[in-house]
Design a protein. Structure first.
Length: 257
C-alpha cells in the first residue's frame, strides 16, 4: 500500500477513534448530570415537612415514579393508625449490613376519619432462622393507635425468582414471600392497599432493625468512566501526532538539515 493511502487510512481511523471516545465521555457526563438531578430532587423531597394523615389520604399514585407525577414520593411522613398484624408479610433473602434475613411488611390502617386508607409499611429487618427456614422471627406489633414516622417510597424492590412473579409455592398462603405485588396483596387480603409503601425510619425497636441504605447520587462512577474515555481520546491523539506527524514529517527534516 502506498504511503499516502496508509497515511489517509490511519488518519481516518484516528479521527473516528477520537470522535467515538469523546462521544462516550460526553455521554458519561450526561449520565452523571442526570443522576445528580434525580438525587437533588430526592433530597428536596426529603427536606419537606412531614405529611400527616389528612395530607396523605387524598394523594393517589402517579403514572410514573417521579416527583411530578407522584408528589408523595420520598416525602417524610408522620402517620397515625392501627397495625393489621395478621396480614404481615416477610420478604425473604433481604440483607442488612451484609446479613441475610427478612424485610417485614405490615399494613397500617390510618386513623379515623381516614380509615379507608391502608398503607404497606416496610417496618424493618429481622434475621432468619437457618435451622428452620419456615420459622417466622418474633416481631412485636403494638395494638391500639400508633404513630409511624418514615418516608413514602415505591413498592419494595423485587428480587429475581423462578415462576410467576409474586407467586409463592403454597398458593399465597405462606407469609414468607420472595417478592410482593401490592395489587395482588390487596386482592388476597381484601384490604384497600395503596400502590406505594412507607419506609419506616428510626432506631431499632419491636425486634426490627432499620439501618436502611443511604441513597447517593453515584456520579463518581460516571465521572471515572468519562475520564477514561477522554484519556483514551488524548492517547489516540498523542500517538497519531507522534507517529504520523512528528516521526513522518518533522524528524526527517531535522535529519536532512
Amino acid at each position: 500500500m502506498p504511503d499516502r493511502w496508509r497515511f489517509v487510512l490511519i488518519t481516518l481511523a484516528a479521527l473516528i477513534g477520537v470522535a467515538i471516545t469523546l462521544s462516550l465521555g460526553r455521554w458519561q457526563l450526561q449520565r452523571a448530570a442526570y443522576k445528580q438531578q434525580l438525587f437533588d430532587a430526592v433530597q428536596r423531597q426529603q427536606g419537606l415537612p412531614p405529611l400527616d394523615n389528612a395530607q396523605l389520604a387524598p394523594m393517589q399514585p402517579g403514572a410514573a415514579l417521579n416527583t411530578e407525577a407522584a408528589p408523595w414520593l420520598h416525602r417524610p411522613v408522620r402517620l397515625q393508625g392501627h397495625w393489621i398484624a395478621g396480614q404481615s408479610l416477610y420478604l425473604d433473602n433481604r440483607q442488612m449490613q451484609g446479613q441475610p434475613g427478612f424485610f417485614v411488611l405490615t399494613p397500617l390502617r390510618l386513623a379515623a376519619p381516614h380509615e379507608d386508607v391502608v398503607i404497606a409499611v416496610q417496618r424493618g429487618w429481622v434475621p432468619r432462622n437457618f435451622l428452620d427456614r419456615t420459622a417466622l422471627p418474633e416481631v412485636q406489633t403494638p395494638e391500639g393507635l400508633v404513630t409511624v414516622e418514615g418516608r413514602m417510597e415505591a413498592a419494595p424492590s423485587r428480587l429475581y425468582e423462578f415462576g410467576r412473579a409474586g407467586a409463592d409455592p403454597d398458593g399465597q398462603k405462606s407469609r414468607i414471600r420472595q417478592n410482593v405485588d401490592i395489587a395482588e396483596w390487596a386482592v388476597a387480603s381484601g384490604l384497600p392497599l395503596r400502590e406505594w409503601s412507607l419506609l419506616q425510619t428510626g432506631e431499632a425497636s419491636e425486634g426490627l432493625r432499620r439501618d436502611w441504605p443511604v441513597v447517593t447520587a453515584g456520579v463518581e462512577k460516571h465521572h471515572g468512566y468519562a475520564f477514561q474515555w477522554f484519556g483514551l481520546a488524548a492517547l489516540i491523539t498523542l500517538l497519531y501526532v507522534w507517529f504520523q506527524i512528528v516521526r513522518r514529517f518533522v524528524r526527517p527534516r531535522h535529519a536532512r538539515s
